[in-house]
Design a protein around this ligand. Structure first.
Ligand SMILES: NC(=O)c1ccc[n+]([C@@H]2O[C@H](COP(=O)([O-])OP(=O)(O)OC[C@H]3O[C@@H](n4cnc5c(N)ncnc54)[C@H](O)[C@@H]3O)[C@@H](O)[C@H]2O)c1
Length: 457
């Protein structure tokens, strides 16, 4: 089956960029992206996209209105589609059975029920959202309509993009994973999707598997990545206690080809919309399958992350003479990582919350994420200033707390910043990012993660 018309449900961080790249790479395919949030659609159609990703503006501007359309879902658009990607959010469930652990699949199921009456026979459904293993089976059962004899192959095609590098990852993926049912229809559907990707992805990077393996591979990938961060952060705690240097350890072990150097930077902890929720979901699935030891193992990755955030925040308070009440602290960076405006589950939320509870006055600055930062902190109370200019954010502050390693923060004039701060001026570098020696020579007391502090006495 040759794919001419694609529909994507969900114009979020995954749906928007992924469909933009498909439209860009496959000019003969018409791609329509729908969403229940009309503001999102308006933003995609405006000059100010809802998602910041390097290179995304250029890709969207090449295809928007040509073969890429963001619009409300209409029955005719659904009926027209040869292939439907479902890229809706699958957050952690906040109610009932599995609350705080399981994935909330209500958006997925609602999407399936919404498209079902309009789908044309044989339309291929592609699971793009990250979902628990065996979700495709449930979706198939919802979609299949024995009375009318219509069948829709369901594929798993998890997205491995990293926010901040989404366009690069979509253009040059390490692999594209397609999980299909071991039936003639399943294999034909997988081949149709593979043909879409072959427009720009080398065939050897398109990997086929069973649907269940594909679903579980995505959860496993995120669990392994997060586990590396928690592992090095655990070692950073020991470094702080012993004055070994975690960056030296990372270098030493990262050169071992069996270990590799990625995801070995100690810091304030991981964030983002995926790691926590996917690991909790994995742990929940293990628990449900009668594997409590395996569940506890994966859950400890999240617990170590929480511990690291708490440890970092306590360290700030301890080095502010055990009180931050009434003190201005400048928070440099709120996005969960550089290159994105996404603040979902950012460590900054937890750090700021704790500092506000201790009655600190916060001035938050970030090159891209201030709007989302304000949203993430809404309702917390306390003194919060959202300040686009880092120099003004630091003016009169007792300390700078760096939480996102934006390149912009390396390029600031710290002499100028230091002169306008209270004394002693402290710098808490939650990402081991800034030249600590330089800051120390300027007069700052510098506190890092898993590295000896540089302090003036
Ligand atoms: N963000 C990432 O880096 C990333 C990476 C890989 C996989 N994923 C997975 O991809 C999925 C989507 O993540 P995201 O970050 O794009 O989420 P998102 O919240 O940015 O976007 C989801 C969109 O789906 C829309 N939506 C929800 N229900 C709908 C419905 N019934 N009809 C139409 N639209 C609907 C929402 O309004 C929202 O705009 C999740 O399962 C996530 O785990 C995310």
């Amino acid at each position: 089956m040759s794919i001419r018309k694609i529909l994507c449900i969900g114009a979020g961080h995954v749906g928007g960029p992924t469909m933009a790249v498909i439209a860009d790479m496959c000019p003969e395919i018409n791609v329509v992206v729908v969403d229940i949030n009309p503001d999102r659609l308006t933003q995609w159609n405006s000059g100010t996209l809802p998602v910041y990703e390097p290179g995304l503006d250029e890709v969207v501007s090449r295809c928007l209105g040509r073969n890429l359309f963001f619009e409300p879902a209409r029955p005719e658009v659904i009926a027209d589609a040869d292939m439907v990607f479902v890229s809706v959010n699958t957050p952690t469930k906040e109610y009932g059975e599995g609350a705080g652990m399981a994935a909330d699949l209500q958006y997925w199921e609602k999407s399936a029920r919404f498209i079902k009456p309009h789908l044309k026979d044989g339309a291929i459904i592609v699971e793009k959202s990250t979902v628990p293993v065996r979700t495709a089976e449930a979706i198939s059962r919802i979609l299949h309509d024995n009375r009318q004899g219509r069948r829709f192959p369901v594929l798993s095609n998890p997205e491995f993009l990293a926010e901040g590098a989404a366009i690069r990852d979509l253009m040059e993926p390490d692999r594209v994973l397609i999980g299909c049912e071991e039936t003639e229809a399943g294999r034909a559907a997988a081949e149709a999707l593979a043909a879409v990707y072959r427009h720009w992805v080398p065939p050897e990077r398109i990997v086929l598997s069973s649907v269940w393996s594909s679903e579980l591979a995505k959860l496993t990938a995120n669990a392994f990545l997060a586990q590396r961060i928690s592992s090095i952060n655990a070692i950073s705690a020991l470094c702080d206690a012993t004055y070994a240097d975690v960056t030296e350890i990372s270098r030493a072990i990262g050169t071992d080809h069996r270990i590799g150097s990625h995801f070995l930077e100690a810091g304030v902890g991981f964030g983002g919309s995926c790691f926590r929720k996917d690991i909790l979901n994995l742990s929940y699935i293990c628990q449900q399958q009668g594997l409590p030891e395996v569940a506890a193992y994966w859950k400890s990755v999240v617990e170590m992350n929480d511990h690291q955030i708490t440890r970092f925040t306590r360290n700030i308070i301890a080095h502010q003479f055990d009180t931050v009440a009434g003190k201005k602290l400048a928070v440099f960076g709120f996005a969960f990582k550089p290159g994105t405006n996404d603040t979902r589950d950012s460590p900054a939320i937890y750090v700021c919350k704790k500092l506000l509870e201790e009655r600190a006055h916060l001035a938050i600055t970030d090159p891209r994420a201030l709007e989302n930062a304000a949203e993430s902190l809404r309702g917390l109370g306390g003194e919060i200033a959202i300040e686009p200019d880092p120099y003004r954010a630091a003016e009169g502050a007792h300390a700078i707390v760096l939480l996102t390693h934006w390149q912009e923060f390396r390029e600031l004039d710290y002499q100028r910043i230091y002169e306008r701060m209270e004394r002693p001026a402290s710098f808490f570098d939650g990402r081991n990012w800034i030249d600590a020696k330089l800051l120390y020579e300027l007069g700052f007391n510098v506190y890092r993660v898993g590295r000896a502090p540089l302090v003036h006495y």
